[in-house]
Each structure stands twice: as structure tokens, then as C-alpha cells.
Ligand binder design. Structure first.
Ligand SMILES: Cc1cc2nc3c(=O)[nH]c(=O)nc-3n(C[C@H](O)[C@H](O)[C@H](O)COP(=O)(O)OP(=O)(O)OC[C@H]3O[C@@H](n4cnc5c(N)ncnc54)[C@H](O)[C@@H]3O)c2cc1C
Length: 390
């Protein structure tokens, strides 16, 4: 429908990479602008849900990614005393379903290679600062004052702290930094399980182990932003003792990491902007809906956004394609955004009451078949609203 548009994609992450592949294959002239001086993923690993697997299969990348990833059958959570809080199973959400624990580098390399093969041009060290709509198209300016474009369409896939989102929503107040985040790293375990294993002490402490393939596991240790310095000052040995007290299974990973310099802190942010498009600029991925990672959905939503936007661009002329894309994706991203905002404090906050509430409520919910199924469909990414399935 839209013949060979000039498309600028700001941000080479999951959404930007997937979009570049789809749009370049559809015959558009695609330029990816990325602020990092070198291409590469940030972070340890993530859960690829059944919803995201479908899109990777459409891109022809699913087999290559799955082969190097870990099959995840269950999401299990325990209290520090060993009491089980959840045991959610993917095959309850659909026969044969599972998730994959994926090393970010594995997905990123697959997207990078395929985007280049499809004809995408990639410009690195281009940190986008602002946009300018001119009669010839949209110009994109980076922080050094370089201009890129003009483009017929600019897609903001520049992540949770998106500049394109700010440009579309000047003075946007609908952005909230969480007080909490997590230290992330990865190491090896002799026999990683087939589950994301989480241990919680009240809502104050959350530890997780996610198998990510090739014998590796991603390790995370949740904490408040303002506790990171104090933790480091106490020393790595004391941190190791804390980990051993909460989850002895994680100790070999902490030993292999060997020091705080091999753990990175990720702070979480929530944003659901009012405007996700104008006639020639549109947001996708975290830029359109940043949320805490407790539900494990962000990368999957980014893939779903990319597929949906590319499909509407192939079916409708430009301004209409963007409206249709935004309308189709609104319900799913709003549902998960609200759910993550409501649930995050039960897993990471200062509230003892929320921690107790969670420890009582979660096992009860899991014992009610309808509730359990709703939870299993939601984590699989197959529920797009409180009353709708994808
Ligand atoms: C600790 C942690 C754990 C997570 N676990 C999961 C999980 O298990 N499952 C899941 O589905 N999701 C998970 N997520 C969320 C997931 O990582 C994101 O939702 C996903 O990466 C979003 O993709 P994106 O392409 O929108 O943004 P990103 O992947 O963040 O990519 C954004 C890109 O834009 C670039 N950029 C930023 N600003 C600019 C600029 N001004 N100019 C140019 N380039 C710019 C960045 O360098 C980056 O390359 C997790 C997130 C975190 C932080």
C-alpha cells in the first residue's frame, strides 16, 4: 500500500531491530539510528513468551534463537521459608506451550544480521535529541546537531526513556520511576531447572534465577535504587551470605560473578503516554509503554508492536496505518501496563503488608482454577484485556 517509504527508526533494540527486518523486507528504505557507539544488547536475559515466539517465527528467526535458549515450562516462586507461592505452567495456557529463557545477545545478533541482510542501513553513535516536521518530511537531529532524513515516517523505538516520546508528549507527566530495580548478571549452573525460580522475603527482597541456555542462568537481586551504594560498601562476601540465606542454589552463580563489577543495576520506569503517533511519527516497544519487568512481557510486546505496525503499513496509507496500529495495540499494552503497575509493589516495595498479602493471596488464587488460568494466560502473553484473549 505504501510504496518504498523513507523510514527512520530511532533505537536499535528489540522493537527497532524487528521493525527494521519487516520494513526493509517490505521494500522500504530503512535507516536505524542508535545512540550506542557499538551495536550490542544491554542486560542478561529475558523470557520469550508464546506471544513473542509467534512473531520471531514470522521473522524466520525462532528456530535459531530457540536452539540457543532454555525451554521454560514453569514460573515458580517461594518465600524465604520455602513455602511455595506460585507454580504457573505454560502447558495449562495451551497444549505444548512453553517460554524460552533467552540471552539478549542471541536475539540481538539474529536481528542485527537479518536487518543488514534485508538492506537496513545502521548509523551508530547517533543519540536522538529532537525531531522537526518539514514539508519534505521529518528531520531527526542528534545531540551533536547532526541531521538525518528527511523521512516519510519516523518510528521511536528508543526504549523506556524515549526522547521521541517526550517530543510527542511535551511536558509529559505520565512517567514514573520506580524506587526499586535489580542487580543483574549471568553465570553457569550444572543443572539449571526448566523454571524461572524466584524467592521473596516480604516485599523487600526478591531473588531470581532464569535459565537462558547453554548452561547459563540470569541472576537478579531486587533492591531499592538508593541501596546499591550501601550494598557495595558492605562488600561482596556479605552479599554472598545474603544470597546464600535466601537461595543456596544461586551461590555458584554469585561465586562465578566474583564481584559487583560483573553485576549491572537496572532501574524500572513506568510510562503509558497519551499520544503514540502523529501523522508521520509513531512509537513502538518500551517507548510506547514502559513497565516494570515483573510480568516478563516488555520484549514480547515490542515484537508484537513491530509486527502490527509493519502489517498496517502494508495495508493502509500512511496516516491511517498509524491510527490502525495504535488502535489495535492499545488494549493489550494498557492491560499489561495496569497489571504491572498494580502488581509490582507486591513484589518490590517497602510495605510489609503487601508482602504478607501476597504470601496469603497468591497460593489461594492459584488454588482457584479460573484465577490460575487467567494468570497463566497473562504471563504467556495470550490475554489482551481483563476479559479478552489474543
Ligand atoms: C532487568 C530487566 C529484565 C527484563 N526482563 C524481561 C523479560 O523477562 N521478558 C520481557 O519480555 N521483557 C523483559 N524486560 C523488558 C525488555 O527488556 C524491554 O521491554 C524490551 O527490551 C523493549 O524493547 P525496545 O526495543 O522497546 O527497547 P530497548 O530494547 O531498550 O531498545 C532501545 C534502544 O534504543 C536506544 N536508544 C535509547 N535512547 C536513544 C536515543 N535518544 N537515540 C538513539 N537511540 C536510543 C538504546 O540504546 C537501545 O538500543 C526486562 C527489562 C529489564 C530492564
Amino acid at each position: 500500500m505504501n510504496e518504498s517509504l523513507r523510514i527512520g527508526i530511532c533505537g536499535f533494540g528489540v522493537a527497532g531491530g524487528a521493525l527494521a527486518v519487516l520494513l526493509a523486507r517490505a521494500g522500504h528504505r530503512v535507516t536505524l539510528l542508535e545512540r550506542a557507539p557499538k551495536v550490542g544488547p544491554v542486560g542478561a536475559g529475558f523470557l520469550l513468551q508464546p506471544s513473542g515466539q509467534k512473531i520471531l517465527a514470522q521473522l524466520g528467526l525462532f528456530d535459531a534463537v530457540a536452539q540457543r535458549s532454555a525451554r521454560i515450562e514453569r514460573l515458580e516462586a517461594f518465600t524465604e521459608t520455602g513455602r511455595q507461592l506460585t507454580d504457573l505452567r505454560y502447558d495449562h495456557a495451551g497444549s505444548g506451550l512453553c517460554a524460552y529463557g533467552v540471552q539478549r545477545g542471541v536475539l540481538f545478533s539474529a536481528l542485527h544480521e537479518t536487518a543488514l541482510l534485508a538492506g537496513t542501513s545502521v548509523t551508530l553513535a547517533a543519540e536522538i535529541a529532537e525531531l522537526d516536521e518539514t514539508p519534505e518530511g521529518v528531520l531527526v537531529r542528534d545531540v551533536t546537531g547532526r541531521n538525518f532524513g528527511p523521512f516519510d515516517l519516523v518510528v521511536g523505538t528508543d526504549g523506556s526513556r524515549s526522547r521521541v516520546r517526550e517530543w510527542l508528549n511535551p511536558g509529559n507527566g505520565r512517567r514514573r520511576e520506580y524506587t526499586h530495580g535489580a542487580l543483574w548478571g549471568s553465570g553457569h549452573l550444572d543443572s539449571p531447572h526448566d523454571a524461572l525460580h524466584q524467592v521473596a522475603r516480604s516485599a523487600r527482597q526478591l531473588l531470581g534465577l532464569l535459565p537462558i541456555g547453554e548452561g547459563r542462568v540470569a541472576f537478579f537481586w531486587g533492591l531499592r535504587r538508593d541501596e546499591v551504594d550501601a550494598l557495595q560498601k558492605r562488600g561482596y562476601e556479605r552479599f554472598r551470605e545474603d544470597v546464600a540465606a535466601l537461595c543456596p542454589r544461586a551461590v555458584p552463580v554469585v561465586d562465578e560473578l566474583g564481584g559487583f563489577e560483573h553485576l549491572s543495576f537496572a532501574g524500572y520506569l513506568h510510562s503509558l503516554p497519551r499520544r503514540v503517533h502523529t501523522g508521520r511519527v509513531v512509537l513502538a516497544g518500551d517507548a510506547a509503554h514502559a513497565m516494570s519487568p515483573h510480568l516478563g512481557q516488555g520484549a514480547n510486546l515490542a515484537l508484537l508492536d513491530a509486527e502490527c505496525l509493519a502489517r498496517h503499513l502494508s495495508q493502509s496509507p500512511l496516516p491511517e496505518a498509524l491510527s490502525r496500529y495504535a488502535a489495535e495495540r492499545r488494549s493489550h499494552s494498557r492491560y499489561l501496563s495496569i497489571l504491572s503497575q498494580v502488581l509490582s509493589p507486591f513484589f518490590q516495595s517497602e510495605s510489609r503488608v503487601l508482602g504478607w498479602g501476597r504470601d496469603i493471596a497468591l497460593p489461594l488464587f492459584c488454588a482457584v482454577p479460573w484465577m490460575r488460568r487467567q494468570m497463566e494466560l497473562s504471563v504467556a502473553g495470550l490475554k489482551e484485556g481483563f476479559f479478552h484473549r489474543l
